[in-house]
Write a protein that binds this ligand. Structure first.
Ligand code: ANZ
Ligand code: ZN
Length: 920
């Protein structure tokens, strides 16, 4: 069957409206038509004159079915995309699958199904659900990150990073499950044990691939300032994650004399300590290092028994702990005296060197000086091990005036500065300068951010395109041999990495010498795929490159990026890093990927628990009086807190069942109602039922409207379905400069008509502003007010014997307001809006009808505040009437004390209703 041309299509769709809303037929029909006609297919930037606008929701992991969190995320994105479409932009609104990752392997293990089959089947189901929600995604750009046609480019990108020195291999610790003999992700370590074997997890040194994200520390931090359309909270989280500290790196000489043993040091050896508080140096009473510090190993090797056994015990215990950093932060302070001493740089007193679990090898220099009196952690530790305290500062941060009992301001050499009476801050620079002079310290900026370990010992990921050769070493796979694809014949019933134990896959020949060699069997961390996919969507079928630079630069940065706050740090930081690294490797001239970021809250729902502590499904529970009980047993049930929908708490509401019962429009409307989209959303039966009632109420309203206005609608020529302005005789150009009174006269509007337009234009103004500000719940509230207004007018009209009671002009206004309402409704409830619009004579796609613009002359406001700029700089506001001309405003300004000094000016730029700028 060939497709009908659009005119024929819309003629055939006719304009009938029954009394009852045929929900399923309507939603299915439009979804089918949108798909058949490819209406959401985006043109490439060079094929269109429209301005580009990129709306992107964080692409999902194809875990099974869409959950309400997805539905909310994509509804927000869809409303924004449809709004921009109507506003005349060429909108890129793509969707794809972040398809690599562990759950696919777990499913393979559990259900004996291949990860690939599982992944693609899930994606298929989820795509259908997206379509059933009426989302305007351009599916012709769909990508699967697990597809070789996608990851070939990722492998290329990795090799360019390698060439640019941004990728390297080094030894680092991983979580090692000694029973299953495999590496575990941090999430797979539960209370220090392997999630499957239950064995105590150890730390093991493995050679791993890293990306040098730390090379971009400064830039990642500095460019946060350019991200004006990001939530402040996210920027703060990134800042903390990067964690810039200014401090001092100072040296403590290692004493050759240990406790009961001596070290044979050939030359002076120093312990390097990073501190942000060098001014507290006089108060240092010990130093501490972690178990994996070289000095600890030294003590371990050289200390005599029984010290050696004690150190050995500490070493073993610490080694067994997971690498997850949070474990170290909340653990009880624990340590051991190494038997070694370091010399205090100022007093030359020997200070004991401890092994301590709260010091990390991977931060600063991997060693601290302990100031029990001025650092909480050092204080805790010192109390526990009876280390002396030495206060040197008052509570107000002033150095003590006179040496007290514990106050060891007695520097060995005269040349050390005394800090008596100074405040902390002054102490910092004085101390650093003194240390620098003596060559014992230097200013140092330190970052918390670590280089990104990208290797995973997993099957369902992108193979790292590297070959190891006995004679040539580490060799990149040749470009002509890319992609390195995964073998499909693998098994999951044994522990470990299936790639590693595959009989043939890893054996290959060296691209350089042709000899026998082995492939890297690690795959990329799945955050790699999501670090550049926004670029791929700009040019998803390109076989030569990840994307053409021209296309990517035309679309990027993403204008509205919508997703969960849980990605505030890792994903968003990695994507920002990739963007800069790709820039430096010549892929594009882009420094930031996401111009606007919006993070939505979670969808929550009530939970129920019986007296055995088992979570129950809402269907298993009934209400009796004020109490709840389990239907089958009659046992009492406690209604718990509302929590994030989750399978483990049995409080999930399925998207499909809701769409089936209430329709996509009702689900979309409910998800956008009442709660600001950045806040957590409470799902409720009452809520969705309320939205469904509203859908039907809308239908009834327009059914009546159509009966009332039908004759008038037929008179109107259908050339312009929603005239840009109400009255044929006046173009927008002419009315632009009219004030309220002359507008009223020239349009010969009755008072009512003017009031109608006033309401419509004001509603439009609010809704437009809400859409710009992501205040989607407020936009919904305005839509509801609007339909209430229409309802009231319809009832009045019906009460008056049809047209007689009101002027035809009111009716004209009413018709305009009804159509404009449908346009504004369309991003939220696209199906019913399109259906009604056709019944009201629209012969085309509602989402393509231009977003109705509002006109200031109709806005009820009698006065408004206009911004005043001088040479483009904002200087203040003045209160004016909306009808004021440029002359009148200039007169006002000249009389105003604040602005009179800028007269005479050279030039004046005037944007009615918004601002006036004087160039002086
Ligand atoms: C002495 C001192 C005295 C410190 C005082 C603090 C307060 P930020 O701000 O996060 O950079 N530190 C340094 N390296 C460490 C490591 N590898 N593991 C654990 N702690 C380490 O923190 C810097 C401070 O954290 C440093 O300043 C050091 O303790 C500690 F009254 O040095 B401070
Ligand atoms: Zn070789």
């Amino acid at each position: 069957m060939t497709l009908l041309s659009q005119e024929k299509l819309f003629l055939s769709l006719g304009g009938t409206m029954g009394e009852k809303y045929p929900l399923e037929a309507v939603e299915e029909k439009w979804q089918q038509l949108w798909k058949e006609h490819g209406v959401f297919r985006t043109k490439d930037p060079q094929e269109t004159k429209k301005k580009p606008f990129y709306v992107l929701e964080m692409f999902p992991y194809p875990s099974g079915t869409l959950h309400m969190g997805h539905a909310r995320n994509y509804t927000i994105g869809d409303v924004l995309a449809r709004y921009r479409l109507a506003s005349g932009y060429e909108v890129l609104h793509p969707m794809g699958w972040d398809a690599c990752g562990l759950p696919a392997e777990n499913a393979a293990l559990k259900h004996k199904i291949h990860p690939k089959v599982w992944t693609y089947e899930n994606a298929r189901v989820m795509k259908e659900q997206c379509e059933a929600m009426g989302f305007s995604h351009d599916w012709s750009r769909e990508v699967f990150s697990c597809d070789p046609s996608y990851y070939i480019h990722e492998q290329r990108i990795f090799l360019s990073f390698l060439k640019a020195g941004l990728a390297y291999r080094k030894e680092s610790y991983v979580n090692w499950d000694p029973e299953d003999c495999c590496v575990l992700a941090n999430e797979q370590v539960i209370d220090g044990r392997g999630w499957r074997s239950g064995a105590l997890v150890e730390k093991k040194l493995l050679n791993q691939w890293f990306l040098s994200i730390t090379r971009y520390n400064e830039e990642l931090l500095k460019d946060l300032e350019t991200l004006h359309q990001w939530p402040e909270a996210v920027k703060i989280m990134q800042e903390n994650w990067i964690g810039r500290s200014e401090g001092c790196l100072l040296s403590f000489e290692l004493s050759p004399q240990g406790e009961g043993f001596s070290l044979d040091l050939e030359e002076k050896t120093f312990l390097k300590v990073f501190t942000t508080r060098p001014e507290t140096l006089y108060g240092a009473t010990f130093c501490a290092i972690p178990w994996d510090h070289p000095f600890f190993k030294r003590a371990l090797q050289q200390a005599p028994s029984p010290k050696r056994e004690i150190l050995e015990q500490f070493y073993q215990k610490q080694q067994q702990h997971s690498t997850a950093s949070y474990v170290q932060d909340c653990e009880e302070k624990e340590g051991v005296f190494t038997g070694l001493f370091v010399l205090h740089p100022l007093t030359q007193q020997p200070l004991p060197l401890y092994g301590a679990n709260y010091v990390r090898m991977d931060y600063g220099s991997g060693a601290v000086m302990g100031c029990p009196s001025h650092d909480e952690r050092d204080g805790d530790f010192a109390r526990h091990y009876n280390i002396p305290f030495c206060p040197i500062l008052t509570e107000d941060g002033v150095f003590f005036d006179s040496p007290g009992e514990n106050y060891s301001l007695q520097a060995k050499e005269e040349s050390w500065p005394l800090l008596n009476g100074l405040v902390e801050k002054e102490g910092f620079s004085i101390m650093v300068e003194a240390l620098e002079k003596k060559g014992l310290g230097q200013r140092q900026v330190m970052y918390r951010l670590k280089d990104w370990g990208i290797g995973r010992q997993r099957y369902w990921g992108v193979p790292i395109p590297i070959i190891y050769c006995g004679s040539c070493g580490t060799v990149p796979v040749a470009d002509k041999d890319l992609p390195v694809t995964l073998p499909e014949d693998v098994t999951f019933d044994e522990p470990g990495n299936p790639l590693d134990r595959h009989p043939t896959w890893k054996h290959t020949t060296c691209p350089s010498c042709g000899g026998k060699a082995q492939r890297e069997t690690d795959t990329f961390d799945t955050f790699m795929e999501s670090s550049w996919y926004f670029g791929r969507f700009c040019d998803p079928h390109n076989t030569q490159e990840p994307f053409s630079q021209e296309k990517a630069e035309a679309w990027l940065p993403v204008d509205n990026y919508v997703g969960g706050i849980e990605h505030a740090v890792l994903h968003l930081l990695y994507a920002r890093f990739f963007t800069k690294a790709l820039r430096d490797c010549g892929y594009w001239n882009l420094s930031e990927p996401f111009k606007g970021l919006f993070t939505q809250g979670m969808v929550c729902h009530k939970t129920y628990k019986n007296d055995e502590g088992k979570w129950l499904y809402p269907e298993e529970v009934e209400r009796c009086g004020q109490q709840y009980q389990e239907i089958t047993s009659g046992k009492p049930v406690v209604q718990g807190r509302s929590e994030k929908m989750s399978k483990s708490k049995n409080n999930v509401v399925g998207v499909s069942s809701m769409v089936k019962t209430y329709g996509a429009d009702a689900v979309r409307l409910f998800l956008m109602s009442d709660t600001p989209p950045q806040k957590d959303f409470e799902w409720s039966d009452e809520g969705i039922q309320g939205s469904w009632r509203y859908v039907r109420r809308l239908w009834t309203l327009f059914y009546h409207l159509k009966n009332l206005l039908g004759p008038l609608m037929e008179e109107k020529n259908s050339q312009e379905w929603l005239p840009s302005f109400c009255h044929k005789a006046f173009s927008t150009e002419i009315i632009k400069d009219l004030d309220k009174k002359s507008l009223e006269e020239s349009l010969s509007l009755s008072g009512d008509g003017f009031q109608y337009y006033g309401f419509f234009h004001e509603s439009l103004q609010h809704i437009t502003q809400c859409l710009e500000d992501y205040a989607l719940n407020k936009a919904v509230a305005h839509l509801r007010q609007w339909s209430n207004f229409l309802e009231e007018k319809v009832q009045n009209l019906e009460a008056f014997d049809q047209k007689k009671g009101s002027s035809s002009c009111d009716i004209e206004a009413l018709l305009w307001g009804s159509k404009a309402f449908l346009c504004a409704l369309s991003p939220f409830m696209p199906h019913i809006a399109q259906e009604i619009a056709c019944a009201f004579g629209l012969q085309g796609w509602l989402h393509e009808v231009s977003w109705p613009c509002y006109h200031d002359a109709f806005l009820k406001k009698d006065s408004l505040h206009m911004g005043v700029q001088i040479n483009g700089k904002f200087k203040g506001n003045i209160k004016i009437s909306p009808s004021f001309t440029q002359e009148e405003i200039l007169n006002l300004l000249q009389q105003d004390k604040k602005f009179s000094s800028y007269f005479p000016y050279k030039r004046c730029i005037f944007i009615p209703g918004r601002m006036i700028n004087l160039v002086i």
